[in-house]
Write a protein that binds this ligand. Structure first.
Ligand SMILES: Nc1ncnc2c1ncn2[C@@H]1O[C@H](COP(=O)(O)OP(=O)(O)OP(=O)(O)O)[C@@H](O)[C@H]1O
Ligand SMILES: [Mg+2]
Length: 276
């Protein structure tokens, strides 16, 4: 008997977490989103697509050798033996990580000279499908070849944003780049921008001191601008020492400090990923 359509497995979602400035919380979002997805019984593969390798640290894993990184997947001889490491496997099941690292700066250069370089990650994932419900790509801090490669492999994009003028401007440029690159690569279907995650909010008084009043006006009006573009904004994640300490301890916030309010926001983003 053929199962009812509501029993069919969900098609794999692939989420590229991107930004156009460094240190805005991409890797923090990647690990916390993976954790909240796993709590919702989703299996997740986290891909560290950044030469800085911070995903390794945030997952509490050891530095990989080059053959154990995303670079290995993007080599011509790769035949489906993904180098995956269980993340927090003693505390929660369903999260595997494929790590990044310095070798990826060479990978990025190599891809510019490889036929179908932009599509290589998408091709590998098509030729050698992973069983996970969701794949998350943790991208570098500026637009470069690895952004293009993950864009071509993704079904959705999440953008992290810090409430500072230069970062708001950088996000506008990133969105423009995404629209153009989706067209240039003729991605069908083109990955959707699932939303923007504002991260690292201090209270208004601190913003006034640090950033000046005009910055507050910008970040406050951004939701309206995004609404007219049809792009969702998730609730703001506050600046919290617990978030930074969890990352330094190699744990998601939900394991490090379950009662922290930001966990609810990461869970809300997880719901959007599952339903998106
Ligand atoms: N809401 C927050 N409150 C406090 N610290 C945070 C918050 N979000 C991120 N951090 C800290 O800020 C630093 C940068 O965050 P993260 O590494 O996630 O950013 P990124 O965008 O991935 O950076 P990069 O572009 O270098 O990869 C980390 O030390 C992280 O622990
Ligand atoms: Mg990062």
């Amino acid at each position: 008997m053929i199962g009812r359509s509501d029993e069919l497995p969900m098609p794999q979602k692939r989420i590229a977490i991107q930004s156009n400035s460094g240190g805005v919380g991409k890797t923090t979002l990647a690990v916390n989103l993976a954790y909240q997805l796993a709590r919702k019984k989703q299996t997740v593969a986290l891909f560290g697509c950044d030469p800085n390798g911070s995903l390794t640290l945030f997952c509490g894993l050891d530095d990989p050798v080059p053959d154990q990184t995303v670079d290995y997947i993007l080599r011509p001889e790769f035949a489906g033996d993904y180098p995956l490491f269980s993340a927090w496997g003693d505390r929660i099941s369903g999260i595997d990580a494929c790590l990044g690292g310095l070798i990826l700066s060479e990978t990025a250069q190599r891809l510019t000279m490889t036929k179908r370089g932009e599509y290589l990650l998408a091709d590998k994932l098509e030729d050698y499908p992973l069983p996970h419900d969701i794949i998350i790509f943790d991208c570098p801090g500026t637009i470069e070849q690895l952004h293009t490669v993950t864009l071509a492999a993704s079904t959705h994009i999440l953008i992290t944003l810090k409430p500072e003028d230069k970062d708001i401007d950088a996000v506008a440029k990133l969105i423009d780049w995404i629209y153009r690159t989706r067209q240039e690569l003729r991605l069908k279907p083109a990955p959707d921008i699932l939303g923007i995650v504002p991260n690292g909010f201090k209270d208004r008084a601190m913003h006034r001191d640090n950033l000046g009043l005009s910055n507050i006006a910008d970040i406050e009006t951004l939701p309206d601008i995004m609404r007219t573009m049809g792009i969702s904004m998730f609730p703001k994640i506050n600046d919290s020492a617990h978030i930074a300490n969890a990352a330094a301890a190699g744990l998601p916030l939900g394991l490090f400090r379950p009662g922290e309010p930001a966990n609810r926001i990461y869970a809300e983003i997880a719901d959007a990923v599952i339903g998106g």
